[in-house]
Design a protein around this ligand. Structure first.
Ligand SMILES: NC(=O)c1ccc[n+]([C@@H]2O[C@H](COP(=O)([O-])OP(=O)(O)OC[C@H]3O[C@@H](n4cnc5c(N)ncnc54)[C@H](OP(=O)(O)O)[C@@H]3O)[C@@H](O)[C@H]2O)c1
Length: 281
C-alpha cells in the first residue's frame, strides 16, 4: 500500500479507464491510500471522444489519472489529451498523471500536450503489462487454443505488473510536489521473451501453452480478419514493429525509485492469475 503523506487525504481523484487493467488497480490503490475515487469510463458516462461528457467528471476533482484508449500514441491522442488537460486545469484540476509507454516515440506528442497544458503533470511510462497475458485481447486465444500468436519474435521485455503501475501512480498523486514535472519509467524485474513468459504461464497452469512468433505484417492481416479497421491495423503494425525491435530490452528502476521496493515478479503474477482460473479453458 502507498503511504499518504496526509496532505491529499480525502481529496478526489478522477480515474479514467477505471474498468481497465491499470485504472481498476489505480482506483483500488487510491482508495486504500485514503483518496476519494471518481471512476470514469464510457460505462459511467465519460467518453474521451465526446467533450460534452468531460466537465461533469472533472468539476470538483483535485487530480486525475489519464489513460487514453486504445493507445497513448494513437493519431488523435495528443490533440484529445491536450484538450482535456487544458479543460481540467481551467476547472481547477491541476494534478494530472498520464499513463504512457516506454520507448514509444508515437506517444511523445501526447506527453508534450500534457506538459503544455499548464498542469502539475507526471508521466508514468510503462513497459508491457504482465496483465496483457491475463486480461484483454490476447487472453482468449491463449485460453481457448493454448497458443499466443504475436509479432514479438524473440525480443526480451521486462513485463511490469499493473499493480506496480498503480502503486507508482498513487505515490505520485499523494506525493505533493515530489513527482511534479517528472517522467517515471517503470518495468518488471526480469527480461523475458514472449515465449519465456508463456512458458511461465504454462508452468503455473500445468497446461501446454505455446507462443508462435509471426511477422508484424502477417499479424496485421489476422487483425483485419478479426474486423479491426484498416487505419487501426496500420497504426498497430507500425507500433509493434518499433516497440518490439529490441529498444525496450532493458530494465527501468522507477518502481524502486518511487516505492523503495523492487517490482513484483512475473512468476508470482502467473501463479496468482492461474490460481484465479484465468487460463482455464
Ligand atoms: N498494454 C500495455 O502493455 C501498455 C503498456 C504501456 C502503456 N499502455 C497504455 O495503456 C493504455 C490502456 O490502459 P489499460 O490497459 O489500463 O486500459 P484497458 O484495460 O485497455 O481498458 C480501457 C479502459 O478505457 C475505457 N475506455 C475505452 N474507450 C473509452 C472512451 N472512448 N472513453 C472513455 N473511456 C474509454 C474502458 O472502459 P469503457 O469500455 O467502459 O469505456 C476501460 O476502462 C493505453 O493508453 C496504452 O497506450 C499499455
Amino acid at each position: 500500500m502507498t503511504q499518504n503523506t496526509g496532505e491529499t487525504q480525502g481529496s478526489t481523484v478522477l480515474v479514467t479507464g477505471a474498468s481497465g487493467r491499470t485504472g481498476s488497480r489505480v482506483a483500488e490503490a487510491a482508495r486504500a491510500a485514503g483518496l476519494t475515487v471518481r471512476a470514469a469510463s464510457r460505462a459511467r458516462g465519460f467518453d474521451w471522444h465526446d467533450g460534452s461528457t468531460w466537465p461533469q467528471v472533472l468539476r470538483g476533482a483535485d487530480a486525475a489519472y489519464l489513460v487514453y484508449p486504445s493507445d497513448v500514441g494513437a493519431p488523435d491522442a495528443a490533440e484529445t489529451v491536450g484538450r482535456l488537460a487544458r479543460e481540467a486545469v481551467a476547472l481547477g484540476v491541476r494534478r494530472l498523471v498520464l499513463l504512457s509507454a516506454r520507448g514509444e516515440e508515437q506517444a511523445r506528442p501526447t506527453e508534450e500536450a500534457l506538459r503544455a497544458s499548464g498542469a502539475d503533470w507526471t508521466v508514468v511510462r510503462a513497459a508491457w503489462f504482465a496483465q496483457n497475458f491475463s486480461e484483454g485481447p490476447l487472453v482468449a486465444e491463449l485460453r481457448e487454443y493454448g497458443e499466443l500468436v504475436f509479432p514479438a519474435g524473440a525480443v526480451r521485455e521486462p513485463f511490469v505488473d499493473a499493480r506496480d503501475i498503480a502503486d507508482v501512480v498513487v505515490a505520485a498523486l499523494t506525493g505533493g510536489e515530489r513527482y511534479v514535472g517528472q517522467v517515471v519509467e517503470v518495468s518488471g524485474a526480469r527480461l523475458l521473451t514472449f515465449g519465456e513468459a508463456v512458458a511461465e504461464v504454462a508452468a503455473a497452469t500445468g497446461r501446454e501453452l505455446s507462443y508462435r512468433a509471426v511477422p508484424a505484417g502477417e499479424y496485421g492481416e489476422r487483425l483485419a480478419g478479426f474486423g479491426v479497421p484498416p487505419e487501426e491495423v496500420e497504426f498497430l503494425v507500425g507500433l509493434f514493429e518499433t516497440l518490439l525491435d529490441g529498444r525496450n530490452a532493458h530494465l527501468s528502476d522507477g518502481v524502486r525509485q518511487v516505492l523503495g521496493r523492487g517490482p513484483r515478479d512475473f512468476g508470482d503474477f502467473a501463479r496468482e492469475a492461474a490460481a484465479a482460473g484465468v487460463w482455464k479453458p
